[in-house]
Structure formats: structure tokens, C-alpha cells
Design a protein around this ligand. Structure first.
Ligand code: NIG
Ligand code: FE
Length: 433
């Protein structure tokens, strides 16, 4: 039986968005739900999606592995389009300081925060970073994530930035997860450049960025555009150079102060602007007009006890919204997809359908990959999630609880949870929780 040939049949529902671009505005609610659905994957690529009785007669099951998904919902693999999953060390004491009233930016200005993880990452061996990175990818895969973005930005020097990106390249090769690497050399000003932010930007532009481009170690370039970190003009200078070198652009924008990061993302034609808690009305309009995906990170707002980004205003003004975990050792220590979808629906005004769009097709668009992943339709990669329950509605309703049973990558089962046998569930265990 060739690996990558798989039929999933009898699904209670196959639920997916469709298209090769992000869904914007009202289109984010246009979820297709196919009852008694089936998905046929051949050589890792989806050949057909639809009601089983219509599409299955076209294929000889002899050449396929077959999964009976009776009682289960079948969805596209989730896309976590904003994470910082390669890092050394941990920062639990900072969590406690924030609980006691010190802000994230105060901790950063005192030399903690990103600089704290920078020191631990510089000290970590490549092997240690690969090992911890692999464990994190395993856990994300079990949550149904089939494509993840990962950022550098904890080296802040040539050697360690490159090492972080090489670790992601190795994991992309060796792990079932697709890893989209983003160069975030402008994540913070390292101690050796304290007070010389422009010199640090020059160093990134002249020394690091060309090396990353030459070795094709990253697809995207990102910057932390924030008051007391990198200004709009410093960010513009860096991102223009990155664009010239062929990188897709992303920004940490308007997270704590409303600086005009959303407007800058629109001006430069970025694939996404991320965080956006303080995005202005003009910035929201500009992103909608320039097709910039607004990537919202509710777990960061939750963890920092900030107000959530104005998601409803963005969707109602025609933006494409994506959701991501922002998994990192400081502001958002989570890779729980169901937690993100619960926060987005309960606190940001997204409907369950919009939150699913944001976690799948729009996440793919935020990586410039909506032509190959993010939805279940003929011609795309066979990346599929099978839930232990019959509807996508169970995800945000199960607050932070993982209900993913089976994960398929390019037509191959790469994760099978304990609840894989429907008969076993009914006879011995009942529903999982
Ligand atoms: O997206 N805001 C900047 N960067 C990360 C946090 C990184 C860290 O604190 O280690 C973020 O929240
Ligand atoms: Fe981030």
C-alpha cells in the first residue's frame, strides 16, 4: 500500500473553507459542512472531497489505507502561523512578577524578557535546541497542527540567529510538521548594542539578513515594531531591505502602543501584521485594502491581562483575520489550539466558524501558503485532523481540552490518540470527557 494513499469515509461531517487565498470579512463565516463526508488522498495530495456516496465510487479502495470516521468531524490540519518555539531556558519568575504588578515592558527594560531568553539560547547547544524543538512539535502535532511558523530572535547575534534557523530547517526536514521559518533578528536590541538601536539595525541589514537570504534559511522577515524597541522608521528600513532580498514580510505591530504598525504593514505589502491590540481604525482599513492578514494572538492578551484585539471591527471592515498561539517562553506559554479558539469566540466576538477559518485557511494565507494547505480541497496537501466528536463546534466549547484524535500529514497518519477505536470508546470508555 503506497504511503500517502488514504481514504477517510463515513465522517459525521467534513468541515472546511475553500480557496487559495484568505477569506476576508463576511467570507470568514462561509464554512462548508459536508455530512456523511469523505476525503480521498493520493500520493499525499487531496484528490476529492465530498459526500462519500458521490465521490467514493470513483476510487478503488484496494490501493488505499481506509479510516472509518463514523461519529467524527474531519477538518483541515490547523496552521499555527505565529510562534517562537525554538528557545533555551524558561521564565517562570517573570510570570510571577507580572502577577505582582510589574508590566511586560518594565521587565524588558530592566534587562529581562527577550534578553533573558537570548542569554539562555546563546548558551544552548544545537542538539539541545533540536531536542526541545522536537518535543514541542510533537505536542503541537497532537493538537492537530500540521504547519507551524517559527521565529528566530533569541540569538540577536549572527551565530545564534543562524543556529536557531538551522534548527528549524533540520526539524522541517526530519519531523512530519511543516516548519515555516521567520527571521526575527530585530526582536530586541541586545546588550552589546544598548543605546545604539540604529547601529543594530545596520548590523542586521548588512551582516545577518544577507547571510540568511544566501543560505535560504527563512521564508519571512519579522520585526518587533514597538515603542522603546524598534520604531516605525527603523522597521521600515529593515523590512524594505528584506523585501528586496525576497522575504515575505511580517510585523509584531501595535501590540502595546498604537504606533502605526498596521499602516506600515499595508504600505509594504506584508503578508501579515500580528498582535494589533492597539491598531487604529485607519490601520484596520489599510490592512483590509492591502490584503494584509491580521494575525491575532488571544493567549498573549490573556496572559498579559491586556484588552483583546478588536477582531470584530476588523472582520466587519473586510479584514482577513488569522489566529495563532504566539507560543513563546515569556508572553504566551501555550500551544493549545482549543484554548485559542475558546478565547477568540468567548472574548473577541468571533463565531466558531470564523475562528475555524482563522485557524486554518487564513493561517495558511498569513504564511503565503494558502495555495497548498489550509483547506480540504482537490490539489492541496492531504493534511487532515479527525476529532473524537461529530462537529467542529466541540472545539471552542471544550475550553482548552484537546479533542483531536487522529492527525494525517500528506496522507499518512502521524498521530493517533488513545481514542482511535470508536467501538472501544462506546463499549469501554464512553465519550472521552
Ligand atoms: O510576540 N512581543 C514580542 N515578542 C513575543 C514575546 C517574546 C518573549 O517575550 O520572549 C511576542 O509576544
Ligand atoms: Fe510573537
Amino acid at each position: 500500500m503506497p504511503a500517502g494513499n488514504l481514504i477517510i469515509k463515513n465522517a459525521a461531517q467534513v468541515a472546511t473553507f475553500s480557496g487559495r487565498n484568505a477569506c476576508r470579512g463576511a467570507a470568514m463565516a462561509e464554512l462548508q459542512v459536508i455530512e456523511a463526508g469523505a476525503v480521498v488522498i493520493e500520493d499525499g495530495i487531496i484528490r476529492a472531497v465530498g459526500p462519500g456516496r458521490q465521490i467514493l465510487p470513483r476510487f478503488d479502495p484496494e490501493g488505499f489505507n481506509v479510516i472509518d470516521a463514523a461519529g467524527k468531524a474531519v477538518l483541515p490540519g490547523f496552521i499555527d502561523s505565529h510562534t517562537h518555539f525554538v528557545f533555551g531556558g524558561y521564565r517562570p519568575e517573570e510570570f510571577a512578577w507580572r502577577l505582582a504588578g510589574t508590566s511586560y515592558m518594565e521587565i524588558m527594560q530592566r534587562g529581562g524578557g527577550i534578553a533573558n531568553t537570548m542569554a539562555a539560547t546563546r548558551a544552548a547547544s544545537r542538539k539541545a535546541l533540536v531536542e526541545s524543538g522536537r518535543h514541542r512539535l510533537d505536542a503541537m502535532l497532537a493538537m492537530g497542527v500540521t504547519t507551524v511558523e517559527g521565529k528566530s530572535g533569541y540569538g540577536l547575534d549572527l551565530e545564534t540567529e543562524i543556529r536557531q534557523l538551522e534548527v528549524m530547517a533540520e526539524l522541517d526536514r526530519d519531523h512530519p510538521m511543516d516548519v515555516a521559518a521567520t527571521f526575527l533578528g530585530a526582536h530586541a536590541v541586545p546588550p552589546e548594542y544598548k543605546g545604539r538601536t540604529d547601529d543594530y539595525i545596520d548590523f542586521i541589514i548588512e551582516r545577518v539578513l544577507p547571510e540568511v537570504a544566501r543560505r535560504k534559511l527563512a521564508h519571512n522577515c519579522d520585526v518587533f515594531c514597538e515603542r522603546n524597541v524598534f520604531s516605525v522608521s527603523q522597521s521600515r528600513r529593515l523590512l524594505r531591505k528584506a523585501k528586496d532580498l525576497g522575504f515575505k514580510l511580517k510585523l509584531h505591530a501595535d501590540e502595546i502602543a498604537s504606533l502605526g504598525g498596521a499602516e506600515l504593514a499595508a504600505e509594504l505589502g506584508a503578508v501579515s501584521a500580528d498582535h494589533l491590540l492597539q491598531a487604529s481604525a485607519e490601520g484596520i482599513t489599510a490592512m483590509a485594502q492591502a490584503d494584509v492578514v491580521a494575525t491575532l494572538l488571544p493567549a498573549t492578551a490573556f496572559s498579559l491581562k491586556e484588552l483583546y484585539a478588536p477582531a470584530r471591527e476588523m472582520i466587519d471592515n473586510g479584514c482577513a483575520v488569522a489566529l495563532a498561539t504566539d507560543f513563546n517562553p515569556g508572553s504566551s506559554f501555550t500551544f493549545s489550539i482549543p484554548l485559542i479558539m475558546a478565547l477568540a469566540t468567548l472574548h473577541m466576538g468571533l463565531t466558531p466558524e470564523e475562528s475555524l477559518c482563522a485557524m486554518t485557511l487564513n493561517g495558511a494565507a498569513a504564511l503565503g501558503r494558502a495555495d497548498t494547505v489550509g483547506s480540504l480541497e482537490a490539489g492541496k496537501q492531504g493534511d487532515v485532523v479527525i476529532l473524537a466528536y461529530p462537529s467542529y463546534l466541540f472545539i471552542p466549547y471544550h475550553l482548552g481540552i484537546n479533542i483531536v484524535e487522529t492527525v494525517v500529514k500528506k496522507g499518512v497518519v502521524v498521530h493517533n490518540g488513545v481514542r482511535s477505536d470508536e467501538g472501544t470508546i462506546k463499549k469501554k470508555r464512553g465519550l472521552p470527557c
